[in-house]
Unconditional design. Structure first.
Length: 490
């Protein structure tokens, strides 16, 4: 799995935090290490995985996912002070990023903070986000895709008072599912770089042959006839999914990346790009005992490395790198339960609207020398261009423009250090407009899928922390090739 090792700029035992003034409510040790696991029939699979344990605070703040390489699930609540001792025991430099959480720059897992094998990094931050489903993963430059693919990713479930007031299903009825696609060789080992297909692979991304849920071929749940809260993360490196119910009943979405929607929204399908999250209210009250209802992920294929292949491929599947539609979670209703009413309102969240005079920055998703970039630039560790300097406290509109004439690719654009609202999508080609019905653009977001041909405007405020933060494409192949930049809030 390891390629050539980049240099690690920080010595062993690097500490970012000043331990004195910070008294954590919760202290966790998080180790990234090699392991092997029985995932498929036959030989076990070598993986990298995160193992976590609580050093101080509530013991249920870290939950492992049994039988899976998936990282532990962290349960935080808003306002909590968290300390995490990260130990890197994989043979590559690494650093952890808390995707979606708003933390100071030293705590954000910027690639310049990587620690080598044997190194440690101390994180301390206060949880400022709303309740929601966030996640963590490595963020070294050039190796994020390799390390996530190897198994390094975990969920962070944040709760707050507003969420508790919404009285959503809890305990066994609160289910988290991480979707990811993987290719295995005949010895059941994960295949990554070799499967990218050289240059064209680098341009379109990595597409695994099978879709896994929490690291397994499929999940099944004996279910009661009541309601479930199902949290979904697309933890794939490049693949986009269209998610639906096997019985074709509509899905009810209750949350997006940054937490609860204002009210439940009904969708016949959901589209989830890499790093995006969605939460469902899955209700079986009208299902008879013995019914089987699955959540199905259909890969969405945009033609991969095709030149100008815009038309007619949506949802058709069956292209070379396309995995088959997959029932990734099967619910078998085997008992009754009292009916739980879907709340009519979930959260205080006004529709997003931007005052006219806001500063608008444009970020063109560009290709030069067969590499993706942003405004014609690729990642440089410390570089901040003039248009990437932000005034602290400002509210702005960022426009991601995906109008490359040569290559037709969607790009899941992610911004660190903020949560944002989607304002509008402009210029979507007619044959892709149908996909809008599967987005949760009305919610709070940190990653937005920008379709080929589109310009997507988002509203964001830089009111939390000053410092150097990243924005990038979350197609990890694109990110690792440099489709990532810094911005500085000062
Ligand atoms: Cu989920 Cu910069 O990453
Ligand atoms: Cu992030
Ligand atoms: Cu991209």
């Amino acid at each position: 799995m390891a390629g050539a090792l980049p240099l690690a700029p920080w010595p062993n035992g690097a500490r970012a935090a000043t331990a004195d003034r910070f008294t954590p409510d919760l202290e966790i040790e998080l180790v990234a290490r090699p392991d092997e696991l029985q995932l498929l029939p036959g030989p076990s699979t070598d993986v990298w995985r995160y193992a976590g344990r609580v050093l101080k605070g509530p013991s249920d703040a870290v939950q492992s996912v049994p039988g899976s390489y998936a990282g532990p699930i962290f349960r935080f609540s808003t306002g909590q002070k968290v300390r995490i001792r990260f130990k890197n025991q994989i043979p590559q430099p690494s650093i952890v990023h808390w995707h979606g959480l708003i933390v100071p720059e030293q705590m954000d897992g910027h690639p310049r903070h990587v620690v080598p094998e044997g190194g440690e990094y101390l994180y301390e931050f206060t949880v400022r986000n709303r309740a929601g489903t966030y996640w963590f993963h490595p963020h070294p430059h050039g190796y994020t895709g390799t390390q996530v693919y190897g198994g390094l990713a975990g969920l962070i479930l944040v709760s707050d008072d507003e969420e508790r007031a919404a009285r959503l299903p809890e305990g066994e009825r609160d289910i988290s599912i991480v979707l990811a696609d993987r290719t295995f060789d005949r010895a059941n080992q994960l295949v990554y770089e070799a499967a990218m297909g050289g240059m064209m692979g680098g341009m379109s991304g990595f597409f695994g042959e099978r879709i896994l849920a929490n690291g397994r071929p499929a999940l099944s749940f004996p279910a009661a006839s009541g309601a479930y809260r199902v949290r979904l993360l697309n933890g794939s490196n490049s693949r986009i999914y269209r998610i639906a119910r096997s019985d074709r009943k509509p899905l009810v979405a209750i949350a997006s990346d940054g937490g609860l929607l204002a009210a439940p929204e009904t969708r016949s399908f959901l589209v989830l790009g890499p790093a995006e999250r969605a939460e469902l209210w899955l209700d079986f009250h009208d299902a008879s005992s013995g019914s089987k209802i699955a959540l199905v992920a259909e890969p969405l294929d945009f033609g991969g490395g095709g030149m100008g292949m815009m038309g007619g491929m949506m949802g058709r599947g069956a292209r070379t790198r396309t995995a088959a539609p997959s029932s990734f979670a099967l619910f078998t209703v085997d008992r009754g339960a009292s009916r739980q009413a879907l709340p009519a309102r979930l959260a205080e969240l006004a529709p997003a609207a931007a005052p006219r005079d806001l500063l608008r920055r444009e970020f063109a998703l560009t290709m030069g020398h067969m590499r993706w970039g942003i405004n014609g630039r690729v990642f440089e560790m410390d570089e901040v261009a003039p248009h990437e300097r932000i005034r602290y406290g400002d509210t702005e509109v960022w426009e991601f423009s995906n109008r490359n004439a040569m290559m037709v690719m969607p790009h899941p654009m992610h911004i660190h250090g903020v949560q944002f609202r989607v304002l509008e999508r402009i210029g979507t080609p007619p044959d892709l407009q149908g996909l809008h019905a599967g987005f949760l653009d009305g919610g709070v977001k940190d990653t937005v899928l920008v379709l080929p041909g589109e310009r997507v405007r988002v509203l964001l405020s830089f009111k939390d922390y000053r410092g150097l933060f990243l924005y990038h494409c979350h197609n990890l192949v694109h990110e690792d090739m440099g489709m990532m930049r810094n911005f500085r809030v000062a």
